[in-house]
Design a protein around this ligand. Sequence first.
Ligand code: NAP
Length: 310
Amino acid sequence: MSETRNVVIIGSGCAGHTAALYTARANLKPLVVEGHEPGGQLSLTTLVENFPGFPEGIMGPQLVENMRKQAERFGAEYRMAHLTSVDLSKRPFLLHLGVHQVHTQTLIIASGASARWLGLPNEQKLIGHGVSSCATCDGFFFSGKEIVVIGGGDSAMEEATFLTRFASKVTLIHRRGSFRASKIMLERAQKNPKIHFLTDTVVEDVYDHTKQEVTGLKLRNVKTGEVYDFPTSALFLGIGHVPNAKIFAGQLDEDADGYLKTHNYVHTRVHGVYACGDVQDRRYRQAITAAGSGCMAAIEVEKFMEEHGS
Ligand code: NAP
């Protein structure tokens, strides 16, 4: 099966939904490919307090759901699929969504970023068995247990604070002595009596894959070199994200960490292909900036379609 579109949007987080809303209102009938993590990072978060327009805050999943409904109201079409290959060498661009082929005059890449893992020898074997990158998804399973959160940024503070709802004790382990988290989120975590901080410490491995559950960690103090075991029932990672851009390798420019390179805000090196949100933004990475760049990409698509037609 094959079809031809004015615009396809890859990703359904803040940037993708906003691009969908704007291109739908421009009557371009966008197709949104939802991807592996529908709703993006906001769907895995709790209360969002810094998205303007919600004085009491709004739950992340609710915010993205609202955005989607708003885009759908103007005719955006959402498809549960993911991009398996892409050819940007000529227009219309060719996308494969599994066995399904889509040609499109323009492409908006809003594929976001996914959780980073530590790369421990037994980490992958224990995902879903006590190793997690999503406190909101998995916190509930550790009611009354002692757990560990890794990281020193806002994600780690947010996860640690959230997990105190369930856990009897949360140990936040960070590889340095200072934190990159915002002052307000760090202070909130520091004031929480259930959160204990372990700094200058790295995780070397997680036990015990033979039991199919997390029983403890092998830790190393980077200052003293001491290596020791630390009992815990869960390991939550809050160590940032990696951009979902591998599929465009060789066709679009990337920086050293794999973020798509853009000029004039959202233009890639291929005319008619735009990138927005966390897949191209290593600096701001906020819901509101992702939404803003989704709007920019949509306006560029409108201009492109006016100039080049179908
Ligand atoms: P981040 O700011 O990049 O922080 C990642 C943390 O993980 C850093 O402390 C880093 O340590 C640590 N880390 C990275 N790789 C590691 C490794 N291999 N081993 C051990 N530690 C490692 O990422 P983020 O916390 O996800 O935040 C990303 C952006 O989203 C930020 O702009 C943040 O403000 C925003 N955010 C906002 C909210 C909110 O406002 N509600 C919530 C979450 C995130 P180093 O410090 O040593 O590099």
